[in-house]
Design a binder for this molecule. Sequence first.
Ligand SMILES: NC(=O)c1ccc[n+]([C@@H]2O[C@H](COP(=O)([O-])OP(=O)(O)OC[C@H]3O[C@@H](n4cnc5c(N)ncnc54)[C@H](OP(=O)(O)O)[C@@H]3O)[C@@H](O)[C@H]2O)c1
Length: 263
Amino acid sequence: MEAETDTRPFAIVTGASRGIGAEYARALAAGGYDLLLVSRDVDRMNRLALELTARHRVQISSEALDLAEPGAAHRLYVAARQRRPTVDLLINNAGFGLFGEFVEMPMARIQEMLRLHVNTVVESIRLFLPSMIEQRVGAIINVASIAGLFSVPYLAEYAATKAFLITLSEALAEEVRPAGVRIQVCCPGSTDTDFHTTAGFKPKNPLGTQSAAGVVSISLAALKHGPALVTIGWRGRVASWLSRYVPRAVLARAAAAKMKPTA
Ligand SMILES: NC(=O)c1ccc[n+]([C@@H]2O[C@H](COP(=O)([O-])OP(=O)(O)OC[C@H]3O[C@@H](n4cnc5c(N)ncnc54)[C@H](OP(=O)(O)O)[C@@H]3O)[C@@H](O)[C@H]2O)c1
């Protein structure tokens, strides 16, 4: 049993309790990965673990962690090392949106977002990457958003943290390419999950929504040979074209008109 476990690849999925993270977990379990699921919701993760082990011969464990707390990346690293000596794939997916006027946002929620989207992701990459480089194998997927390609009024700090993830990931992908390690930044558009309810708004992307399973299948298919920045389907291609060829000020003005909260 132990020997079999050691031959299966091992992946960590943060934000695995639902939405896109749960779909990454489903796809990876189907592909023969042992998994460490991470979020704050133990019950949902346990239910997902039962579903996956009933269908596939893999080991699924979960860790309840608030990844917006200081020191969370280190706790994640320790939890992973307790299970396996090496990680083949780390998916930094946990995230949430904050919709509304910046000056109205509670400071605590802004700080939570910065720690979850920026601090914890940077620290996790710093902790997990060295052994991947040393063994010349492994991959990291950072889930950003097409919002990170634009300046988005009323989603300002969300879009800014995702822009940070895009720049960081593209740069690191080049640094580690010679070592055979892959870094992808996955940029979904509006996706059918609980995300918009948590953020407090209905999807306002004029390009429509896509499924979480569709996002995951494109992301994983692109991991080995695709580009560092992965957008999803025709909606992603349109968004990335707009971000390259339309002046940023024009896009920001148009986004403000679209996103402005109604009283
Ligand atoms: N849905 C979209 O339209 C969309 C578009 C572009 C990008 N994205 C990105 O996709 C990623 C996944 O979002 P989703 O659409 O799947 O949303 P979701 O259904 O709301 O799932 C969010 C996940 O993140 C976890 N999470 C949130 N805060 C956490 C914290 N402090 N500590 C640990 N886990 C935390 C949640 O777990 P618990 O609450 O159970 O802890 C949950 O598993 C996010 O990074 C989001 O920015 C989403």
